[in-house]
Structures are given as C-alpha cells and as structure tokens.
Design a protein around this ligand. Sequence first.
Ligand code: ZN
Length: 127
Amino acid sequence: MSPTFGKCYDPTGARYGIPTYPWRLAPDGLATRRQLRAQGLRPGGQPVAAQIMRRNCRRGGVQVAYLYPLTGAKPVRPMTPGRRAALDRAMTARRTCPNCLTDAGYCIPISLGMCVTCAYPEGTDSR
Ligand SMILES: [Zn+2]
C-alpha cells in the first residue's frame, strides 16, 4: 500500500469524517452524482454516503467526489402511470377537433382551431 493510497483510504471515516476511498476504488452500491446521471438517476435526497479522493501532486491538492448510495437513487424524470395518462389526455385533447369532435390523428392547427376537414369541407381543390 503506497503512502498516497493510505492517505486516501479511510473506509471508517476516522480521518475525514465520512468513509473515504481512493479514486476508482469506490465500493459497489455507491456512485458519484455523474455516475448516477449516466444511469438516468439522481441522488434521492439521501445524505452523502462516502467520498472518493484523488491526490494531485503536481497541482498540490486533492480532488474529492461525493458518493451516493444507489439504493436511494431516483429516476431523473419519473414517468409514473399517472403522468403518462395525463400526457396522453393532453395529446388526445390537442388532436380532437372541437367542431366534429373526432380524433383527427394529428394536432389541431392553432390557426384553424379545427381539423383540416372541417376548415375546408369542400377539400383543398375547390378554390
Ligand atoms: Zn373537424
């Protein structure tokens, strides 16, 4: 174990207050905010569980990244059945013609305010 490794390795948190691991040696079940993001997750409001530390001798400092438990992570954009249903209803409303009350199969143009068939009952050829 190198001296640098030893300074960064504090799994009990005795030295740094929270469990600290060397860079790239984080235990399973923990992920940085960036790693969570790559999986479409975000910290679910739980406190930082640990940190990973990298000493950069040339720059004379240390870099630290906080680790969050994967078990409490939440999806970035939760798509619940309720939200999906609301979205579907909104889309159906936008597709339904207020004149003939049928689903036009496309979003009703705001400029017409009704489906194209109602707006031009004679068809587009009769000018
Ligand atoms: Zn219509």
